[in-house]
Design a protein around this ligand. Structure first.
Ligand code: SF4
Ligand code: SF4
Length: 304
C-alpha cells in the first residue's frame, strides 16, 4: 500500500470511528427522549434541542416548547431559560451535534445522497439569519400574548391565535409533525389538542413544511439547523460565550492547499478564517468532523 493510500485509509478509519460514536450517542439520546414509552418515568430535565410538544409522554423536555407554554400560562420560564444559558455556557451548541433527535434525523437523511448541493457563500450568509427571524417571531407572539393576558386584555388575542396560542413555533414545527402528528396518524391515538392540530389548512401546512424540510436535508446537510431552527438560533447566539471551543495548531495546520476541515464541515464554518487559539463560531455544532478529518490532527477541542 502506498503511503498516500495508507494515509487515506487511516483518515477514513478515524472518521468512521468518531461518526460511529456520534451516531450511537444520537441514537441513545433519541431512545432516552422517548424512554417513558418503555416504562421510564418523565424526568425534570429540559434540554435546548428540538423534540416534540405534541408527545405528552416524554422523558426529557424541549426547552423552547416549554418556554412558550410557560409564557402562555403566565409562569416565568426560569427552567427553560436556565437550560439554554447553562448548556450554552458549558457546551456551546454541542447538543445539536450529539443529542438533538431532529439533528439525528437530518444526519441520517444526509446519507441518502453522496454528493450534496453546494450553497454559495452569499446565499448561506443570508440564509443563516432566517433562523433568528423565526426565533424572534415566536418570542414576539408568545411575549405579547403573555403581557396582554397578564394585563387582562388578552382573551381575544388568545382566541384569534387558536392553535398558535400555546406555542406558536410548535404549531408548525416539522419536529412536532414528525415525532407527534405522523405517529399519531399511524397509531390513531388521540391526545389533547389533536383535533385542532389535525384540522384544515394547519394540518396540511404542517405536512408540507415537514416534507420540504426533510427533502432539503437530503440535499443540503443540516439545512434546518443552519437556516431555520429557533433552538439553533438561540444557541448560535450564546455559542460565542461558551467555555467549549476548538483550537487549530498553527504549526500542524497545512493551510495552503488543504481545506479538508472546511469541506467536511456540515455547518459551513469558515474554520481557516477563525483564530488559531480558540474559536467558538455561532454555527459550530462540535460534531468534530473537522478534527477527525484533519490528517495532521491540527484541530482539537478546547475547554475552557
Ligand atoms: S439546530 Fe438542529 S440540532 Fe440544534 S436544536 Fe435545532 S434541529 Fe436540533
Ligand atoms: S467546525 Fe468542525 S466541529 Fe464545528 S460544525 Fe464544523 S466540522 Fe463540526
Amino acid at each position: 500500500m502506498t503511503s498516500a493510500k495508507g494515509a487515506a485509509f487511516r483518515v477514513k478509519g478515524v472518521v468512521w470511528r468518531i461518526e460511529t460514536a456520534r451516531k450511537i450517542t444520537q441514537f441513545l439520546s433519541f431512545v432516552l427522549f422517548s424512554a417513558v414509552l418503555f416504562g421510564l418515568g418523565p424526568w425534570p430535565i429540559v434540554l435546548p434541542v428540538v423534540f416534540s410538544l405534541g408527545v405528552p409522554q416524554k422523558t426529557v423536555g424541549d426547552a423552547f416548547a416549554m418556554l412558550q407554554w410557560m409564557l402562555h400560562d403566565l409562569v416565568f420560564p426560569w427552567l427553560p431559560l436556565a437550560s439554554f444559558f447553562l448548556v450554552a455556557a458549558l457546551l456551546g451548541r454541542s447538543l445539536c451535534g450529539w443529542v438533538c433527535p431532529f439533528g439525528f434525523v437530518q444526519d441520517l437523511l444526509g446519507y441518502v445522497k453522496r454528493k450534496h448541493t453546494v450553497v454559495s457563500l452569499r446565499t448561506h450568509n443570508g440564509m443563516i439569519r432566517v433562523k433568528y427571524v423565526v426565533l424572534a417571531v415566536a418570542l414576539f407572539v408568545s411575549g405579547t400574548l403573555a403581557i396582554s393576558l397578564a394585563m387582562g386584555v388578552g382573551r381575544g388575542y388568545d382566541t384569534a391565535l387558536g392553535a398558535f396560542a400555546p406555542a406558536p413555533f410548535n404549531a408548525l414545527s416539522p419536529a412536532d409533525t414528525l415525532f407527534a402528528i405522523v405517529p399519531r396518524m399511524i397509531l390513531d391515538v388521540r391526545y389533547a389538542n389533536f383535533d385542532v392540530l389535525m384540522s384544515g389548512i394547519l394540518f396540511w401546512a404542517r405536512l408540507v413544511i415537514m416534507a420540504i424540510v426533510l427533502v432539503l436535508a437530503v440535499y443540503v446537510p443540516r439545512s434546518w439547523c443552519r437556516y431555520l431552527c429557533p433552538h439553533g438560533a438561540a444557541l448560535a447566539f450564546l455559542n460565542r460565550f461558551s467555555f467549549l471551543g476548538l483550537k487549530r495548531d498553527p504549526l500542524k495546520c497545512t493551510k495552503a492547499g488543504c481545506r479538508t476541515c472546511v469541506e467536511v464541515c456540515p455547518m459551513k464554518v469558515p474554520i481557516l478564517d477563525l483564530p488559531w487559539e480558540k474559536f467558538t463560531d455561532p454555527e459550530c455544532i462540535y460534531c468534530l468532523k473537522c478534527a477527525e478529518a484533519c490528517t495532521t490532527k491540527a484541530i482539537k477541542p478546547k475547554f475552557p
